[in-house]
Design a protein around this ligand. Structure first.
Ligand code: G6P
Length: 368
């Protein structure tokens, strides 16, 4: 392998730190910064305006990127989005109308279930697009159009820079879709593009919490179970945080939509259950504060990932706070991906697991 770890102890940490560059590289491919516009490939084989549905299929972390994209496409482009894990999608024979776009997200471009879902959609007459890192891959070859991510090879089994690069592409596409469908104005496009342009700087700031996260990870390593909560476009980041933790520390973790707390997970809460809440101060932050109160009242220890304003209004219910830089809600899922990656990474290092090659997992799952 030509890639080495440089000064980093693990590929995962190296790749976490490559994110500002990877995102900057990726977005420069999709954004015309001088004019504040998204630039799409000249020969786009479909147009967002005539689409009646976007269907996203993927596996693992890439599936969670698709789930974030659903929030973006529905909000900014008013385009109905269906997202499913490819292993379910491929066998349930979903009906698909004409004028649908099927989008596949895969770092490797070789995941068996994602490829099977692609072939199903092709047979259903959908336009086929993919977001891949490996441009020579089977998924790339079988797509009508490929939206590449420009993050370089990813070695660590747990995906980090490929995920945030995928999210950056998805965010760019959602803006383009909004413009083509007339649901965002030119001025709004300009602002959203500017947020993506500033993302590498925000990611660099988010990385500065590493020491704090390292300290928090020592206590987290003692837990048998960890609950992650988030709402809206941060819900998939809660799912991603839980996935990363279980993949590399083998601690059982679950991600839940904050609003579902009362519908089950609250029964688990006691002093032994850390709860990681991913919640910047948005319009629904009051609801998150009341969720945290319910957790704290049962002795649950809360680790809150939030911005400055969220930290100020969080109150005494919170045991630990990890601050992310202030940003618009549009880019928050990408920024909040950083602390959940670092939390899993440091917990794994503290526990002494094989971070880059966790047991039983493969970088690319090419058989069912
Ligand atoms: C495996 C990897 C994950 C990855 C998933 C999908 O489970 O361990 O890190 O998210 O496959 O892989 P893909 O290459 O399709 O993105």
């Amino acid at each position: 392998n030509m890639v080495d770890k440089g000064n980093h102890r693990h590929f995962m940490l190296k790749e976490i730190y490559e994110q500002p560059d990877a995102i900057s590289h990726t977005v420069s491919h999709y954004l015309d910064l001088a004019n504040g516009k998204v630039k799409l490939p000249a020969k786009l084989p479909f147009d967002f305006k005539s689409l009646n549905r976007l269907t996203i299929s993927a596996c693992g972390t890439a599936f969670y990127a698709g789930l974030v994209a659903k929030y973006w496409f529905e909000k900014y482009a008013r385009l109905p989005v269906e997202v499913d894990v490819a292993s379910e999608f491929r066998y349930r024979e979903p009906p698909m109308d004409a004028d649908g776009l099927a989008l596949f997200i895969s770092q490797s471009g070789e995941t068996a279930d994602t490829l099977a879902a692609l072939r199903y959609c092709k047979a259903q007459g959908q336009h086929i697009a993919s977001i891949v890192n490996a441009q020579e891959s089977t998924i790339a070859r079988e797509s009508d159009i490929v939206f590449p991510i420009q993050c370089g090879p990813e070695i660590s089994v747990a995906s980090t820079k490929a995920t945030t690069a995928q999210l950056s592409v998805l965010a760019s596409l959602a803006i383009a879709a909004g413009r083509q469908r007339g649901t965002i104005s030119e001025a709004e496009e300009f602002e959203l593009v500017d947020m993506l342009a500033k993302l590498p700087g925000a990611i660099t700031k988010a990385l500065a919490s590493e020491d704090k996260i390292d300290q928090i990870s020592h206590a987290l390593s003692k837990a048998d179970d960890v609950l992650y909560l988030g709402r809206g476009s941060l819900f998939p980041i809660a799912l991603e945080g839980a996935l990363k933790l279980k993949e590399i520390t083998y601690i059982h973790a679950e991600g839940y939509a904050s609003g579902e707390l009362k519908h089950g997970p609250i029964a688990l809460i006691d002093e032994t259950l850390p709860v990681v809440v991913v919640a910047p101060s948005d319009q629904l932050f009051d609801k998150t504060i009341s969720n945290m109160h319910e957790v704290a009242a049962r002795g649950g220890k809360i680790i809150l990932i939030t911005d400055e304003a969220g930290a100020k209004s969080a109150g005494d219910d919170v045991s630990e706070i990890i601050i992310v830089p202030d940003a618009h809600e549009f880019v928050m899922p990408i920024i909040c991906a950083i602390p959940v990656q670092l939390l899993a990474y440091h917990t794994a290092v503290f526990m002494g697991t094989d971070v880059d090659q966790p047991r039983n997992l493969a970088k690319s799952v090419t058989v069912e």
